[in-house]
Design a protein around this ligand. Sequence first.
Ligand SMILES: C[S@@+](CC[C@H](N)C(=O)[O-])C[C@H]1O[C@@H](n2cnc3c(N)ncnc32)[C@H](O)[C@@H]1O
Length: 209
Amino acid sequence: MRQHVNPLSKNFFAINPIPPLNQVFENPKLPLHLDIGCASGDFLFELSLKNKNWNYIGIEIREKLVLNANLKMKSRENKNLYFSFGNANNIFDHDKNKALIESIKSISFNFPDPWFKKKHNKRRVIQPKLINFLSNSMQKRSLIFIKTDVKELFDYMELTISESIKFNKLAYEDFRFNESFNPFKIKTNREKYVLLNQLKIFESIYMKI
Ligand SMILES: C[S@@+](CC[C@H](N)C(=O)[O-])C[C@H]1O[C@@H](n2cnc3c(N)ncnc32)[C@H](O)[C@@H]1O
């Protein structure tokens, strides 16, 4: 399977509309979390089984991974999980997806990018246009979680988000994870690898004000 795809390729300009929440979730009224760049979805499968008080949507640009995750869904009992294929940069360009923003309580960007080099800035998933849309449209008090093991990427993500005056960085140490989308602090696959190799993890949480 291809490790990376170029999000700027015209193959990824169009994005699938996500169906109305009452068609994908057993209880569409639960708080909704969006995981951007969910890869194979292992993290979301575990999370959605352990925490049935939230609904989860995973967005992934590698189509094969989404097809496999959807196959796996058929043999599982996850009534609070949905996977969508596409470029997360464009997800809110689709009119039908714009309405989703009203239900979203939090978004995670977990180890989101393979694009470390500065010359590939434009391929990174966190782009000013996306952050601008989120800052204008997310509900007050909704959250953005960012996490990576690449310091340069972390600085770039922090800078891009903090350029919006509508996001406040929270004190990480005081954050109450038990009330969040990930109350058991389940680890993503990349996170497990990073911890095993004793590499540093950089993370921040932002709140829409
Ligand atoms: C390093 S992997 C991390 C996967 C997972 N979040 C984890 O922590 O284990 C980054 C994932 O983000 C996906 N990705 C990168 N750019 C994306 C984009 N613009 N839209 C959606 N997914 C993207 C990649 O295909 C890849 O699966």
